[in-house]
Design a protein around this ligand. Structure first.
Ligand SMILES: NC(=O)c1ccc[n+]([C@@H]2O[C@H](COP(=O)([O-])OP(=O)(O)OC[C@H]3O[C@@H](n4cnc5c(N)ncnc54)[C@H](OP(=O)(O)O)[C@@H]3O)[C@@H](O)[C@H]2O)c1
Length: 273
């Protein structure tokens, strides 16, 4: 399933996450994902696995242009010149000529973000990335950015799962034609919460699917791009195998009620960079 971004390019709605996938695990996970049909891989310079991700892409039988690759600018690389260098360094590690999406990983000061974003715009116009965007941006970060941005960000990648549904930010992004990408769609290191959820267990039984598959399908129904991470072959397959069923209104209502604003990652406004 593909989504068209505001600059006309398409992105597969399901991507493989690679946070905490190190060394050979990252290589094997991306290799397996590409083999079983993933065409979208999410990495970041801070994950320390760009080289392995890039090697798996190179070694696969899938043509480069069929794979959507995202990487991210780390906070300490922000600033106009540093940003330009950071993407070039990422491309070197990935062994690629361009990425499909380059994101500002976390907001810092408004000024630094504006300078970094200007560099992103120029990198985009130079063809080093096919789309640009942000991550972990709240309303006020976006509002400030939109004052100086000449190119609308295509994406905002945020923590989003059944316990943190971000209705208002989703609505804001929709209004501005910025797609939401959900990170930690399976509650990340706290996946046990999700696996014990009785509401999800009932819905999973009804559809003959697993709990993670229900949690992921819920996001697809909301039109959100998801980035489930796994280094386990069977789970990598299961997380993609969510296109052959639909949740009905009753299922959706029950899952909407699970929202409790529960965050497993830091709140961007409470981090000192
Ligand atoms: N922009 C940001 O600041 C930011 C922050 C965090 C994450 N991200 C991106 O979003 C991606 C996803 O987030 P995440 O990695 O934190 O968490 P996640 O995808 O919500 O959860 C990953 C965890 O769930 C397990 N898992 C995956 N599929 C499963 C299944 N079907 N059944 C049971 N367990 C399963 C994985 O274990 P195994 O791997 O052992 O199978 C891993 O422990 C990241 O990998 C990264 O690409 C971005």
């Amino acid at each position: 399933m593909k989504i068209k971004l505001n600059n006309g390019i398409t992105i597969p709605q399901i991507g493989l996450g690679t946070f905490r996938a190190q060394d050979n695990d990252a290589y094997e996970a991306v290799t397996h994902a590409l083999k079983v049909g993933y065409r979208h891989i999410d990495t970041a310079s801070i994950y320390g696995n760009e080289a392995q991700v890039g090697k798996a892409i190179k070694d696969s039988d899938v043509p480069r242009e069929d794979i959507f690759v995202t990487t991210k600018l780390f906070q300490t690389d922000q600033g106009y010149l540093a940003t330009k260098k950071a993407l070039k360094d990422s491309l070197k590690r990935l062994g690629l000529d361009y990425v499909d999406l380059y994101l500002i990983h976390w907001p810092t000061t408004y000024e630094k973000v504006a300078d970094s974003y200007q560099a992103l715009e120029e990198l985009y116009l130079d063809g080093l990335t096919r789309a640009i965007g942000v991550s972990n941006f709240n309303f006020h970060h976006l509002e400030h950015l939109l004052k100086t941005a000449e190119i609308m960000p295509q994406v905002n990648q945020i923590e989003n799962h059944i316990y943190l549904q971000n209705f208002k930010l989703h609505e804001f992004c929709r209004k501005h034609n910025i797609y939401l990408e959900a990170y930690a769609p399976l509650c990340s290191h706290e996946i046990d919460h999700l696996l014990k959820d009785e509401t999800l267990a009932k819905i999973a039984k009804k559809h003959h699917k697993t709990i993670p598959q229900i949690a992921l399908r819920f996001q697809l129904e909301r039109g959100i791009i998801i980035l489930p991470k796994s280094i386990t072959p069977k789970r990598i397959e299961d997380n993609l195998n969510i296109l052959d069923f639909e949740l009905d209104d009753e299922d959706m209502e029950a899952i909407y009620k699970l929202n409790r604003g529960r965050k497993y990652f830091p709140e961007p406004d409470n981090i000192r960079f």
